[in-house]
Write a protein that binds this ligand. Sequence first.
Ligand code: PBG
Length: 313
Amino acid sequence: MRRTEPLRKLVRETTLSVSDLVYPLFVTHGKNARNEIVSMPGIFQLSVDLLPGEIKEIAGLGIPAVILFGIPETKDETGSSGYDPDSIIQQAIKSIKKTAPELLVITDVCLCEYTSHGHCGVIKDGEVDNDATLDFLARMAVSHAKAGADIVAPSDMMDGRVKAVRQALDGAGFEQTPILSYAAKYASAFYGPFRDAAESAPQFGDRRSYQMDPPNIREAMREIGTDIDEGADMVMVKPALAYLDVIRRARDTFNYPLAAYNVSGEYSMVKAAAQQGWIDEQQIVMEILTSIKRAGADIIITYHAKDAARWIV
Ligand code: PBG
């Protein structure tokens, strides 16, 4: 059954489709800005005025959704540029919805891109204050929904945030806006290049007091279970490749749409090796994305989405 491609195709168990993919976008302030991220070749910070061209390309490739990250002009202690109605993400959502109304806009709800200290929550006595952060996250989610976001995705890993976001959305008339929860998000070194891209590295300490400890899998199931109980409509495991077992366990445990985030460091490693001529980029990318789907993900967030959309036949 392996002798020819038609035979292999007949018995193939996993098929990757463009409709599984979500493409991340970094939106920056200013005009005519297209800054390539050094550690992520082919990925750019784009200013809002340059979004229409990019969005037409993405929609034209059949990619169903983008997830947005903002690089605001100003940052402060509580990340107020994250929920200001005229801030970067709010402008970006409006622009995208004008260019391609059908393209789903997912927004990352987290303080780290907007706080002067770079942590995902507000700081009290040198530590992230879980409960005090919830109100800011809820405000940010509502401001994204008001601007036209289709799905909000809290990525901060505070306890109780899904409930806080759900209540705030419902209270503001956004009962229909789904929540994609970054439910099992590990404290991973694979986020390094993203922090260059989003300019969101913590200025002191690290994220291990709120993101998950990589050796734990039972805890990941608890995190996902809690988020579902609090009202998450879809859940995510992140990163993907070093956590395929977590994706598989989540798929077998919960009957909810499951996303996996093929994160920045995973992308950078492939790009670096490909640039050296050490690997075949196309084959490696397709193998990686297929493995994430085979592990059980329904939705794959990946910086390779545009390339993969061209390669999927
Ligand atoms: C925000 C956030 C991060 C990523 C997505 N949302 C960074 C972090 O937690 O430090 C990482 C994405 C990637 O590495 O591609 N908290």
